[in-house]
Each structure stands twice: as structure tokens, then as C-alpha cells.
Design a protein around this ligand. Structure first.
Ligand code: AMP
Length: 119
């Protein structure tokens, strides 16, 4: 499958395109990582596919290598951010899962003790 077109009015497509500013911390041919504007931990970075997919499952289905790239990029972010003690990866999915932005994104959280279960 060819990569889907950027979705109109998608916030994260606009960040990927450079049309909306973000603090980019890591980027590859397939993914972009930038700081969350409302951080929930000392490190809170979002890793997104450059292509527009709504959910993580859609990325894995249509572009499985990009799904792997999200996790690999998250690990690279963790190294850059000094998260050697560990970190948490989260894909919020759908409204009940807390997903607000309908462009798949992997939260990378770290830099403090992270409680379990999450809220
Ligand atoms: P979710 O609730 O899983 O959809 O996560 C969306 C995340 O995007 C939230 O943690 C927001 O704080 C974050 N966010 C919203 N707008 C921006 C933005 N312009 N730049 C960076 N992060 C953003």
C-alpha cells in the first residue's frame, strides 16, 4: 500500500509537515518524535508515524515496519533523555482509551516513578 495522504485538519500531520511548531527530539524517514505540550512526566515525548493512520493497530496493519519504527524511535528517545532506569510506552486508543488526537502516537513517559495501574 502507498502511504496515505496527510489528513486535512490533522494536528499531528501539520507538525510532521512543519506547519505547526513543535520541539522535535528525534526524526527518521518514517517517524517524528516531539515533546508533548502538556507533559505528564519530566520526559513526555510523542512518537508519530509520518503517514496518517488513526490508531496504532492501523499502523501495524497497513505499514508494519512503521509500527516497529515507532517503538525503536521511542527507545532512541529514552537513551537521549537519559531514561536508563526505565520508561513507559502508551498508545491511547479511542475515546474511552483517552485518545484525543486521531493520528496514532506513542507516548514515551519517564523521569519519575510511574504508578500502576494508570488512571
Ligand atoms: P492522546 O490523549 O493520547 O490523544 O494524546 C494527545 C497528546 O497530544 C496530549 O498528551 C496532548 O498534550 C498532546 N498535544 C496536543 N497538542 C499538541 C501540540 N500542539 N504539540 C505537542 N503535543 C500536543
Amino acid at each position: 500500500m502507498n502511504a496515505p495522504e496527510p489528513a486535512a485538519d490533522c494536528l499531528f500531520c501539520k507538525i510532521v509537515a512543519g506547519d505547526i511548531p513543535a520541539e522535535i527530539v528525534h526524526a527518521t524517514d518514517t517517524v517524528v518524535a516531539f515533546r508533548d505540550v502538556n507533559p505528564q512526566a519530566p520526559t513526555h515525548v510523542l512518537v508519530v508515524p509520518r503517514s496518517h493512520y488513526e490508531t496504532a493497530a492501523d499502523v501495524a496493519h497497513w505499514e508494519p515496519s512503521a509500527a516497529a519504527d515507532l517503538v525503536i524511535a521511542a527507545a532512541a528517545v529514552a537513551v537521549k533523555e537519559g531514561l536508563g532506569e526505565g520508561y513507559r510506552l502508551v498508545f491511547n486508543t479511542g475515546p474511552a482509551g483517552g485518545q484525543v488526537v486521531p493520528h496514532a502516537h506513542l507516548h514515551v513517559l519517564g523521569g519519575r516513578a510511574l504508578g500502576w495501574p494508570p488512571g
